[in-house]
Design a binder for this molecule. Structure first.
Ligand SMILES: [Zn+2]
Length: 402
């Protein structure tokens, strides 16, 4: 028992370190030096000294006077979102999005481009770097202001090393070291994650973080994947494979999946599977986007297939709801964007099949960010890494001693 307690004891970052004070200001928990002293219990002189260090590092600025409670009004402190920029790339199978963001995550410039991920890492990353250079120039910022780069890849990623692991649609990428490659160009921290994880983070951070803590983001495009937010953080799992919802088996189905197994929900309800069904029924369609176009154009078969896909996906999500009890399920990806059919099918089954306690307050909604979710999440991922209290403390120490 005592051994376990020893193991469980992690040394927490002091609540009043410079990095922690910055966090309190960023999160809106404190607005003045007096607030910070009250919040952390640290002495006013200590707080003032550390705030001065944050101001010297241009991470915090004095934003004017607050409301006086008698006497001199206190100075309001604010996080300086212009202290640098973060570059992002959300790479898809055939289409990618790019962004330049300030340290509040706001996009200063963004762009989409058609890149074939199957062209391999050398070719794709050369294009990525070229586009990021151009966007940076467009945003009016210089390379010296770049603080970090965030990348999403359409396959399983080992987060610690930033490499794709046996990605099915990415020939040549298996084990390719993405961060060092980008760092030859931008010598800053480079974080790489699975594209659905960053979409989940983007959607959560922008739309939900003040309201809920647990969320599942489901992307239905060519394939099906999900990103899981637990207690406000991405849940990657032991090997980074958490959320691989597309390969959960549907009862009684035998369709062959690209993973080699049979009856995976992706092989039944993914965009590629829907395109195949339409083609077999005499309506030619080769991609998820074709299916979406047909549904938007009022093709009754396409609409029916998408609704049926929603029901099948609902079967799997009903299990996930019982198991994980999320507050929100956000549906994203091309097929979700078609119309309300997919969402309707999912809702129908999830509310019927999950326990009433788990669905009592459950919301099932469409992504509000759409194709901006990925780059937004990539920016948030990098910003939270750069501005984590311990990272800021290290940075300030280096500034003092080095
Ligand atoms: Zn599968």
């Amino acid at each position: 028992m005592s051994d376990k307690r020893l193991l469980d004891t992690k040394r927490p970052t002091p609540l009043a370190s410079s990095g922690a004070l910055l966090q309190h200001i960023r999160l809106g928990l404190a607005f003045t030096r007096a607030d910070l002293a009250a919040l952390t219990g640290a002495a006013r002189s200590t707080v003032s000294q550390r705030v001065d260090a944050l101001i010297a590092a241009a991470l915090v600025y004095e934003a004017g006077d607050g409301v006086s409670t008698g006497g001199r009004p206190p100075t309001v402190l604010a996080f300086n979102g212009d202290a640098g920029v973060v570059l992002t790339a959300d790479l898809g199978a055939t289409h990618s999005s790019f962004g330049v963001h300030d340290l509040n995550g706001v996009a200063l410039a963004r762009r989409g481009a058609d890149l074939g991920i199957a062209d391999g890492p050398e070719v794709v990353l050369a294009s990525v770097l070229g586009i990021l250079e151009e966007l940076l120039h467009e945003s009016g910022r210089s390379p010296t202001q770049v603080r970090g780069v965030g990348v999403g890849l359409p396959g399983p990623v080992e987060f610690a090393s930033g490499t794709a692991v046996h990605p099915p649609i990415m020939p040549g990428w298996d084990g390719f070291p993405v961060p060092p490659h980008i760092q030859q160009h931008f010598d800053v921290p480079v974080l790489v994650d699975n594209d659905v994880n960053i979409m989940a983070l983007g959607e959560y951070w922008t739309e939900w973080r003040d309201a809920v803590e647990d969320l599942i983001f489901v992307k239905v495009g060519t394939g099906i994947g999900s990103g899981i937010i637990v207690a406000g953080q991405i849940h990657r799992g032991a090997q980074g494979a958490a959320g691989d919802l597309g390969h959960v088996q549907l009862m009684g189905r035998t369709e062959l999946c690209r993973c080699g197994n049979r009856g995976c929900v992706e092989a039944v309800a993914g965009g590629a599977a829907l395109a195949r069904s339409l083609t077999e029924g005499g309506t030619p369609a080769s991609t998820a986007r074709d299916v979406v176009e047909l549904a938007r154009g009022g093709n009754a078969t396409a609409v029916r297939l998408i609704r049926e896909a929603g029901r099948n996906l609902g079967e799997v999500l009903a299990g996930a709801v019982n198991f994980f009890n999320p507050a929100v399920i956000v549906m994203g990806g091309d097929v979700t964007a078609a119309d309300q059919s997919l969402l309707a099918g999912v809702r129908e089954v999830v509310y019927q099949r999950s326990t009433s306690l788990a669905t009592q307050h459950l919301q099932i909604v469409r992504s509000r960010l759409g194709d901006r979710a990925g780059i937004t999440g990539a920016a948030v991922m990098v910003i939270e890494h750069l501005l984590a209290p311990a990272a800021v403390d290290r940075q300030l120490e280096t500034a003092v001693t080095g």
